[in-house]
Design a protein around this ligand. Structure first.
Ligand code: ATP
Ligand code: MG
Length: 208
């Protein structure tokens, strides 16, 4: 019998990618027995304007993913004209991989605003939603810079039925914290992989 491939799709602005993303992706892969986790930087996210360019964010994701056979940076959103909606991206992924079972991987903050996403019913038809805790990823320095905008509004009372919840140790990191620390001249070595840190330094990203 042919085994259906199980693919995780993990989208984000990745501005920049950090150990919270990578840790969750690796843990999702392990707990769900995924064959692949696609890390997809958004080209033109409808909800926010990233600091680094799409190509810079993709390059950081590509460098980080290189270290892990499970992880793969994908241009699924970058190479198509925006704005990019997850429902449409999942349709493209489904067309590319009709035999694969797709898991949409998100942090809890992203999932709780699913109702506000474009065509949530399409998303749930095409993919199993999987949600990772990130309760602790707020943290003190987050409150200093962007107290309100970091967490999406919690519009859902409960997660959609069929959603899988991923319980894990968690990594207390966010891109907002990484950017704020760079602007403060504080170290970020323990928040992002070395290859990402080197890229940030070389291109002088997030300094102000
Ligand atoms: P920003 O602070 O700029 O919003 P972010 O750290 O939230 O960045 P995003 O690119 O917005 O990162 O998030 C992409 C996806 O990764 C979302 O589903 C988000 O919930 C999830 N995510 C981000 N950080 C973590 C973390 N520390 N643990 C688990 N999931 C996370
Ligand atoms: Mg976010």
């Amino acid at each position: 019998m042919i085994q259906t491939r199980k693919i995780g799709f993990y989208g984000g602005s990745f501005d920049p990618i950090h150990w919270g993303h990578l840790g969750a992706a690796i843990e999702f892969g392990y707990q769900l027995g995924l064959d692949k986790v696609l890390l997809s930087p958004t080209g033109d996210p409808p909800h926010k304007t990233p600091r680094a360019t799409p190509e810079q964010r993709f390059e950081m994701v590509r460098r980080a993913a290189l270290e892990y056979p499970l992880l793969e940076a994908t241009r699924l959103e970058l190479d198509f004209p925006g704005p990019h909606y997850t429902a449409q991206t999942l349709e493209r992924l489904h067309d590319l991989e009709p035999e694969s079972q797709i898991f949409l991987l998100t942090g809890r903050d992203a999932a709780m605003s699913l109702e506000t996403w474009f065509e949530p019913e399409t998303i749930l038809r095409l993919a199993t939603l999987v949600v990772a805790d990130r309760e602790n990823s707020g943290g003190v320095s987050l409150a200093v810079t962007e107290p309100k905008s970091v967490f999406a509004p919690y519009t859902l009372q409960a997660l959609p039925s069929g959603t899988l919840e991923l319980h894990w140790l968690g990594v207390n990191a966010s891109s907002t914290i990484v950017r704020a620390r760079i602007a403060q001249g504080a170290p970020i070595e323990y928040l992002v992989p070395k290859s990402v840190n080197q890229f940030i330094t070389k291109h002088q990203l997030y300094r102000n």
